[in-house]
Design a protein around this ligand. Structure first.
Ligand code: FES
Ligand code: FES
Length: 161
């Protein structure tokens, strides 16, 4: 079947037999290696991207499911060569260690900050519970989301997905 979609603002159109996962297309065809494969079965969140602004597991998503949709990966964040404030906050707090889980956490947390720019620590922990990190113990990740929310509020900026 013929599908068309956008990834980080670029339009793509191609024929697919329906067996290609979004995860593989992004990494292997588009070179967007920020999206990671951890478990491959929907358990770790490392492969999360935004589909129409909604956090979505790309390991469980096939190309026909994204026909006509807008996809955003970690590479699509930030502007003019600058990191997005949430990316900066992960660096600042040490929420990035090996970094394997980080794109997934960032894509999921963006949605939380869009809904609520001042989440409690409990709300953040609950929101990211589908994402696994083996390095940070999660505390610094929660710190990062809170810090990004604070920066955004101070600047009067909003996350709009
Ligand atoms: S690789 Fe998709 S949830 Fe683990
Ligand atoms: S920073 Fe290494 S898995 Fe999270």
């Amino acid at each position: 079947m013929r599908v068309e979609f956008t990834v980080n603002g670029e339009q793509y159109e191609l024929d697919t037999d329906g067996d290609t996962r979004l995860l593989d297309y992004l990494r292997d065809e588009l070179g967007l290696t920020g999206v990671k494969e951890g478990c491959g079965v929907g358990e770790c969140g490392a492969c999360t991207v935004l589909v129409e602004g909604k956090p979505t597991l790309s390991c469980l998503t096939y190309l026909p499911q994204i026909d006509g949709k807008e996809i955003t990966t970690i590479e699509g964040l930030g502007e003019n060569g600058k990191l997005h404030p949430l990316q900066e906050a992960f660096v600042e707090t040490g929420g990035v260690q090996c970094g394997f889980c980080t794109p997934g956490f960032i894509m999921v947390s963006l949605k939380l900050l869009e809904r609520n720019p001042d989440p409690t620590r409990k709300e953040i922990r609950e929101w990211v519970e589908g994402n696994i990190c083996r390095c940070t113990g999660y505390t610094k990740i929660v710190d990062a989301v809170q810090l990004a929310g604070k920066w955004l509020r101070e600047k009067g900026d909003k996350v709009e997905l």
